[in-house]
Design a binder for this molecule. Sequence first.
Ligand code: Q9C
Ligand code: ZN
Length: 679
Amino acid sequence: MGTALVYHEDMTATRLLWDDPECEIECPERLTAALDGLRQRGLEERCLCLSACEASEEELGLVHRSDYDSPEYIALVRKTQTLDKEELHTLSKQYDAVYFHPDTFHCARLAAGATLQLVDAVLTGAVHNGLALVRPPGHHSQRAAANGFCVFNNVAIAAQHAKQKYGLQRILIVDWDVHHGQGIQYIFNDDPSVLYFSWHRYEHGNFWPFLPESDADAVGQGRGQGFTVNLPWNQVGMGNADYLAAFLHVLLPLAFEFDPELVLVSAGFDSAIGDPEGQMQATPECFAHLTQLLQVLAGGRICAVLEGGYHLESLAQSVCMMVQTLLGDPTPPLPGLMVPCQSALESIQSVRTAQTPHWTSLQQMTVTLNRLDVAPVLSTSIHCPGGRSLLLVGESPTCVGAEDSPSPLLDRPYLRPTPPICTAVALTVPGAALALSPGVLHQEGSVSREETEALARLHRSQFQDEDLATLGKILYLLDGILDGQIRSALATTTALATAATLDVLIQRCLARRNQRLLCVALGQLDRPLDLADDGRVLWLNIQGKEAAIWSMFHFSTPLPQTTGGFLSLILGLVLPLAYGFQPDMVLMALGPAHGLQNAQAALLAAMLRSPVGGRILAVVEEEDKLQLARTLARALHGETPPSLGPFSMASPEEIQALMLLKAQLEARWKLLQVAAPPS
Ligand code: Q9C
Ligand code: ZN
């Protein structure tokens, strides 16, 4: 099971035959640049490469079927094969931002066919996921019209195919191209089986294709209401924090509630830095993170299909980022301050408001908002480790346009050799034969007895002899992660030793000059008494009934009992904090009475991997059934976590606790915001 890459060289054939500044950016080099990038980084050879075949006219007809009023669109495109240059030019001018070439029909059929092959490969289980590298793109194409360089709507055809041939009932389309895929929106406007999400440069309607239906208040029609989700960007210069905020606060809550069986990505990279069309600022690494966040959905069944992307270097790097993430490589760190801009927050707020009538996960948040007595913010000037400048309350930055040359941001050597990717497991349970997945290894090494004892001295009373042996093994795992020898690890501890173990691990991390450590402690694990509050450790305890806040770095929150509440906790609190803090590693400890179900623990671990590049050490008490350890080890290793079960709405108490905490922490952790502060 791996990643498919679907391509055919013939798709480089179509090109612009006359002068047209608007269309010249859609050039054959887009495909060769992307493919060269994949080859140079050794990514192509790690994929299952499939050679694209043309879609049949019957398959194209899944979307481009004729009706009584309009002439046959497919026949019209077929005819372009025989037209001369002048006739092609004349026909092209009848559409908005389109050019035809004698090879257009062949290329467009290959593009649609490649997309169908990818969906077949994923839905038959031949691969986990994949990318179709295609030209021409598809998302602007409409039932009987070419538009915006698009001839046939590759992704829409694939969605219809998945419904018809495989009986799928819920398909999510994520369109991260910088333009609105209005073609996809029209095709599924009244269809509740396809959830279409698009963000796009909009500038209050002043950017192509200048449509009112690209705004946030277009939500679909009839039974399809709420299944079109538009997030219009009203300024250029949106960056990594803005894109992440959109995923955490808009797309993912709805996607979890929708519970798709397949995710199709209209993967346009004109939303990346350097692109002349988009003028945005998101760096290529951002697409690794967006991809990994989607991997928890639909059992990891992701089919990405190239749409736009016109800065060749930025396009190639972004494609590589996506493919290496599909292959399971850890996410690289995201550069930049994790602070969404004012305009992005306004857009996020407007789409959440427009979608609230249609989504329980958004309704639960507004129920208590009005009744919330927001306590005064603790402090607005917090020491910031690592010398990064801090923004104070109310200071959301405004977005800036792309610099003339994005090269400083494209030149970073973020394609380091990939460290060995493995998850190590150390178990205290004697003889526990834990059937592990490939790539998950049993680890028997240990830090020396002397060193372990020295580290444990402060907590000596709490360590029995056998606990010390366990501690030595766990410290060995921790060192392995810090040294980059292993990616993530799981260890079991004996009863009562978890809290003391956690203390020692924290001290060890700090002593090893870790810049920042995120501790997620579940259950009855008290905050270590000597825990420094200098911003190097972010301590989040999930337990009990009440939220408590000691500082901007130390706080606790109850464990929600509903799936809705649990998802809000992860998407609305834990991940924004983790992305804002940018830790070097995560310690995740499941202590006494943690109350987490296996699927919840797995989802938490799986999603924490993204902000920390996979560097997680999980510690579990051995009383927990071994099934928990197994599920957790798999999630740490990158397998898609099991489903949480049916969506249940959060209780008012759960939301109240979450909102209170968020309201106080927002001053320091700007990614928590879901609305723009009053300006
Ligand atoms: N400067 C795709 O990315 N021209 N199509 C807009 C605004 C049309 C984009 C002009 C852009 C079409 C697939
Ligand atoms: Zn585009």
